[in-house]
Write a protein that binds this ligand. Structure first.
Ligand code: FMN
Length: 480
């Protein structure tokens, strides 16, 4: 901050950020310096600087971690950005669901004011800058920049068409620059160490590091930071320690509800903006969920679409209605009512929603559906043609069965079954009454691993239980 404010002109700061190659970490990957330049060059004396700390992607907590652990890095980035674009007022739009982040941010703002880094004549220069905090309205769409500004203005958080872009007409109609938490936290280090140092990390077109919240079926879950260009294999196996429990890796979902599911054949894809986009996913703001063989990809697509459908603000028809129709098709496929032609219809609708939605929510939410169709089409076909869920997940297509050869009559599943569908007793091997079973899977999860007696059956008839006289456990099975 000292270097930028005391030794550099705003244009030099913008040039340095441009040369660093920093691209926005909020999802779209737009070059940060270029965006600052647009705002600087917009006519007007009143301009605003906004930090987008809404972080609504399920499973993502990178921005929260930065705000809780080092809020000053974000404030410093905002001060440098505000100096560069010519803003004297700034806002941090932060998720209200992050109370600790909000608390520490408030404390850090007070400290920065007391130290003369915020307020009038920052560091004795002519530059004035104040920062306000706005707590988010609890909607995913409020992370979209035009909806976010509407929310700060006290209106309902809904997007509007662009252009005009915020750099021309943003908050209260004034030129505004919006950056993600990670983008801003990268700025002080770029100023300090220089654009050449920063651009030496990463790939030709994606500079610096990428931060991900690595979760799901992975041995080491948590926040990771890698140089751009690291492969998915390196992240999942060398850092994440692979899939636990001897299970097979199936896919990785990158970029949350706007991103895509990539299969094992894509593990050598480098993590950078362009390679991920080419693969059908997006860098997004950093959610990375690993799934194993026990995950149904059709069900996963339905899950993400459910989220998008619930979070759709309803302003534009393609997103409001298109996601609803897509959701209906996915529901009938997972419920065993899919028909030939459903996948084609789903793809057509998905492309339509992508092309015609008003904002990034609708434009990207079909990605999980499209990538699962692209890479896991056979799973869709199995659901529709053979009424079979290969992963054994979709309730309507699976039955649970207790293998009489393996059951140890331990009573655990009987006691835990919420619908009391399991019959048997002490020393009487158990069986599931299929009429009563609601496929909740509790029996499978509680059956001791050394017995491993519960099987998931899909697409084939469930064997009948043995006759009553053969159900008495004659113990030569290692138990009295
Ligand atoms: C539905 C939706 C939600 C978004 N949520 C966030 C978010 O939580 N945080 C964020 O920084 N950007 C989010 N964005 C992207 C912002 O609109 C904007 O592109 C970003 O804040 C710009 O900052 P950057 O250039 O530093 O990436 C979202 C976009 C959409 C369409």
């Amino acid at each position: 901050m000292r270097k930028a404010l005391l030794k550099m002109t705003p244009y030099e700061v913008i040039e340095e950020v441009k040369r660093s190659g920093l691209r926005g970490r909020g999802g779209a990957g737009f070059p940060t310096g270029v965006k600052w330049g647009f705002c600087r060059n917009s006519p007007g004396t009143v301009k605003y600087m906004i930090c987008n700390a809404d972080e609504g992607d399920p499973g993502a907590f990178m921005d929260r971690s930065i705000l809780e652990a080092d809020p000053h890095s974000v404030i410093e980035g905002m001060i440098i950005a505000a100096y560069a674009i010519g803003a004297s007022e700034g806002y941090v739009y932060v998720r209200a669901e992050y109370p600790l982040a909000v608390k520490r941010l408030r404390l850090a703002l007070t400290q920065a004011e007391e130290s003369g880094f915020l307020g009038k004549r920052v560091l004795g220069t002519d530059f004035n800058f104040r920062v306000h905090i706005t707590e988010g309205a609890g909607a995913f769409v409020c992370g979209e920049e035009t909806a976010l500004m509407a929310s700060i203005e006290g209106k309902r958080g809904m997007p509007r068409p662009r252009p005009p872009f915020p750099a021309e007409s943003g908050l209260w109609g004034k030129p505004t620059n919006i950056n993600n938490v990670k983008s801003l936290a990268s700025v002080p280090v770029i100023m300090n160490r220089g654009a050449d140092w920063y651009s030496s990390i990463g790939t030709e077109r994606s500079k610096g590091t990428a931060v991900f919240a690595l979760t799901g079926k992975i041995a080491n879950s948590g926040l990771i930071e890698v140089a751009m260009g690291a492969t998915l294999r390196h992240i999942i196996y060398d850092i994440g320690g692979g899939v636990p429990g001897g299970k097979e890796f199936k896919a990785v979902q990158i970029g949350g509800p706007s991103g895509g599911c990539l299969p094992a054949s894509m593990l050598d894809v480098p993590v950078d903006y362009d390679s991920l986009t080419a693969a059908g996913a997006i860098m997004g703001s950093g959610g990375m969920v690993v799934v194993d063989e026990d995950t149904c990809m059709v069900d996963m697509a339905r899950y993400f679409l459910d989220f998008a459908q619930l979070e759709s603000c309803g302003k534009c028809a393609p997103c409001r209605l298109g996601t609803k129709r897509m959701r209906e098709i996915l529901a009938r496929i997972t419920e065993g009512r899919g028909v030939e032609g459903d996948v084609e219809l789903l793809s057509e609708l998905a492309e339509g929603v992508k092309d015609t939605s008003l904002c990034g929510l609708g434009q990207t939410c079909p990605n999980p559906v499209l990538t699962t169709i692209r890479y896991f089409r056979d799973e869709y076909d199995e659901h529709i043609r053979n009424r079979r869920c290969p992963a054994g997940v979709c309730k309507a297509l699976v039955s649970y069965y207790i293998d009489p050869e393996k059951c140890m009559a331990c009573l655990i599943c009987m006691r835990m079954c919420p619908t009391q569908a399991i019959e048997g007793g002490k020393n009487i091997i158990h069986f599931i009454n299929q009429e009563i079973c609601d496929q909740c899977g509790t029996c499978l999860s509680v059956c001791p691993p050394n017995f491993n007696a519960v099987r998931v059956i899909s697409g084939e008839p469930v064997p009948l239980p043995p006759p009553a006289e053969e159900r008495v456990l004659v113990r030569a099975r290692g138990r009295s």
